[in-house]
Design a protein around this ligand. Structure first.
Ligand SMILES: O=C(O)CCC(=O)C(=O)O
Ligand SMILES: [Fe+2]
Length: 395
């Protein structure tokens, strides 16, 4: 039986009972982090009970309600919600709404409801959320064994240091390790013990991405397989899962500016539980928060789709800042799946369909392989943001 399916109220009931009991029995003053840790433990316990007793349950599938709420009184980004189930059913209106968001904002919510694939994605994202918190709780020395400097120029563990010694941390795990395209890089036991979950998440994210790629091909009037043929799962690519954790910290304008970026690759599937993500509004230039919505992934487009389509599609500038109060008193995690063209694919405008109608620039475009693009954008001389106007390098 599924670990965490969505089909009756039992999970909620158990969870409520446990929370209720803990409200009465735990009177010690706690900070937000401690409360959330206890809440997470209760969620895990509840799942174990529900599983052991063989009770078939439905939502809440998500744990957003365990955190302080996203404030009601601040402006939020106007992301359209696109239904995965309707994209799977080739619903014309939904597909058009999807394409319109890819052109206008380059960001949208993916509503996972009424789709077994969506259920799997949300359920695994919740499990990976627990796993990433556990990963970041490992001793610093253990995590340092898997530092980027030790394992790979791009993948592995990275951290920045804050003035009080706390860390902002990431762990990048490549898709090729999980699908067996190469020997896996070294990983801590915690990750190896959860290998099947990570493998399954990669497959599910890729199914969603492959579906969206097919819809893009249709709207761009490209021969079917044009984009899919550049993103074959069994070929080497920079696709990866990323765990992110930001420590509690004061707002810093310098850090916010430093964090402005576009994603380098094709499509990104993001789950977060607290606010903090902001997009730069394409018209007003204002920074606006994206509100996390339970049961919805946030999807955004990356640089390679701008290059392939000569600017028809938008890779929007975004950043992560301190979450809005009262969410700012707790460490913030996010779970990202980045898809990228195969390593050897040269990033340049494709031929055919609507792309042929796009104006040509007099300035010759930088042409390089996907692999080189990622290396130079993340570590080398091309750091900054990439828009339809070209590269805005960070000074
Ligand atoms: O943490 C988030 O909400 C977004 C993270 C992000 O944009 C990234 O890792 O590229
Ligand atoms: Fe990003």
């Amino acid at each position: 039986m599924p670990l965490f399916p969505r089909s009756s109220g039992s999970f909620e009931y158990f969870h409520f009972q446990l929370l209720h009991r803990y409200d009465y029995t735990l009177t010690a003053p706690m900070n937000e982090t401690e409360k959330t840790e206890i809440n997470s433990t209760i969620v895990l316990l509840t799942r174990a009970i529900v599983d052991t007793l063989g009770i078939v349950v439905m939502a809440p599938a998500t744990t957003h309600h365990l955190y302080p709420p996203f404030p009601a009184n601040i402006p939020t980004a106007p992301l359209v919600s696109v239904s995965l189930a309707k994209l799977e059913a080739s619903d014309g209106k939904e597909s058009q709404a999807f394409f319109d968001s890819c052109k206008s904002l380059g960001f949208f919510y993916l509503d996972t409801s009424n789709s077994p694939l969506g259920d799997a994605l949300v359920s695994e994202a919740e499990q990976l959320h627990e796993l990433q918190k556990e990963f970041f709780r490992l001793a610093h020395e253990e995590k340092e064994d898997y530092a980027r400097e030790r394992v790979d120029p791009f993948f592995g563990y990275r951290h920045g240091k804050l003035s009080d010694g706390q860390r902002n941390e990431t762990y990048n795990m490549r898709k090729d390790d999980f699908v067996g395209n190469c020997d896996a890089l070294p990983h801590p036991d915690l990750i190896k013990d959860n290998w099947p979950l990570l493998q399954s998440y990669v497959r599910h994210c890729r199914s969603v991405i492959d579906l969206m790629i097919t819809h893009l091909e249709v709207h761009l009037q490209l021969p079917i397989g044009t984009l899919a043929g550049l993103h074959r799962i069994n070929e080497r690519s920079g696709d990866h899962i990323r765990f992110n954790q930001r420590a509690v910290q004061p707002y810093s304008e310098g850090d916010a500016k430093e964090g402005e970026h576009t994603d380098f690759g094709t499509l990104t599937i993001l789950f977060n539980w607290l606010g903090g993500l902001q997009i730069r509004h394409p018209e007003t230039g204002e920074w606006i928060f994206v509100k996390p919505v339970p049961g919805h992934a946030i999807v955004n487009l990356g640089d390679s789709l701008v290059k392939f389509t000569a600017g028809i599609l938008r890779s929007n500038v975004h950043r992560v800042v301190v979450p809005p109060a009262p969410q700012d008193q707790i460490a913030r995690n996010s779970l990202v799946y980045f898809s990228r063209p195969e390593d050897v694919v040269v990033l340049r405008r494709l031929k055919g369909g609507l792309i042929d109608e796009q104006p040509r620039s007099d300035v010759p475009e930088l042409e390089m392989t996907s692999q080189e693009w990622i290396q130079r954008r993340s570590l080398g001389d091309l750091k900054g943001v990439y828009t339809h106007k070209g590269l805005e390098l960070r000074p």
